[in-house]
Write a protein that binds this ligand. Structure first.
Ligand SMILES: NC(=O)c1ccc[n+]([C@@H]2O[C@H](COP(=O)([O-])OP(=O)(O)OC[C@H]3O[C@@H](n4cnc5c(N)ncnc54)[C@H](O)[C@@H]3O)[C@@H](O)[C@H]2O)c1
Length: 253
């Protein structure tokens, strides 16, 4: 019960990494609000996790939707201890082939959506006793894989946002950190492999890129989110923890 009685909002928690984080948080004693735009997955995940999980339909790109979600959470729980900004989308292109609409869609969810959520939640953390914000960044926050534009631009920005907010509110007992997963086996990864002529071969190629010869599991990201949200990380602030099996430090000849 490392998160006993904590109140958490987790965006995009209907499936994938966010759902694993919600599950781990509930297991550790938290009450979670699943702020997800997909009604089907959001309500199914909340139902699966039981009484301490609540689905609140939320689109992080829409201010009215975020405001309405916040009002519901505060009405039901009175405070917020943890915000996990997990909602994200892949937009992968050659830079010059990226349309304005694709650029905007990527920034709206992966960067501005996180800021929109922080801006909504931070005042209640500041009024209370503080809190922990956990942003789900990516290996793309510090490295570039050609052909994945503009996703890494947004994810680099997310690291900047994490550091800026972490410093601004550190003296008010608010910690803002990021988790930078490498490849994690979720529907998002499967959808990416399915874009290749031979998805199975691409999957194997991805496994082989990683020192442990496998990719990560959503639960492995969730364990670190629990740690950062808990009282076990009181002096960890404005930083990022990589979860990539060591791939980011592997030297490529
Ligand atoms: N899977 C990976 O390999 C990987 C690696 C590094 C980082 N990440 C990051 O982890 C996070 C979760 O990824 P995932 O693999 O679980 O993806 P996913 O597609 O399985 O889940 C993302 C969830 O976010 C929700 N979402 C999307 N836009 C939203 C919006 N505007 N408002 C609210 N919810 C919205 C989706 O409905 C979905 O449920 C993302 O930020 C992603 O960039 C994933």
């Amino acid at each position: 019960m490392r998160l006993k009685d904590k109140i958490a909002i987790i965006t995009g928690a209907g499936r994938g990494i966010g759902a694993a984080i919600a599950e781990a948080f509930v297991r550790e004693g938290a009450t979670v609000f699943i702020a997800e735009r997909d009604v089907t997955t959001g309500s199914a995940t909340a139902a699966r996790l039981g009484d301490r999980a609540h689905f609140v339909e939320t689109d992080v790109t829409d201010q009215k939707s975020v405001d309405a979600m916040l009002a519901i959470v505060l009405l039901r729980s009175g405070r917020i201890d943890t915000l996990v900004n997990n909602a994200g989308i892949n937009v992968f292109h050659d830079p010059l082939e990226t349309s304005d609409a694709e650029w905007q869609r990527c920034m709206a969810v992966d960067l501005e959506g996180v800021w929109r959520m922080c801006r909504a939640v931070l005042p209640s953390m500041l009024e209370g006793t503080g809190g922990s914000v956990v942003n789900i960044a990516s290996s793309h926050s510090s490295t570039i894989i050609p052909g994945t534009f503009p996703y890494p631009v947004a994810k680099h920005g997310l690291l900047g946002l994490t550091r800026a907010l972490g410093i601004e509110y550190a003296a008010r007992n608010i910690r803002v950190n990021a988790i930078a997963p490498g490849y994690i086996e979720t529907d998002l990864a499967v959808e990416y492999w399915n874009g290749f002529a031979d998805p199975a071969a691409e999957r194997q190629r991805t496994y082989d890129l990683h020192p442990p010869k496998r990719i990560g599991k959503p639960e492995e990201v969730a364990m670190t989110a629990v740690f950062l949200a808990s009282d076990e990380a009181p002096f960890i602030n404005a930083t990022s923890i990589a979860i990539d099996g060591g791939r980011s430090v592997l030297y490529h000849e």
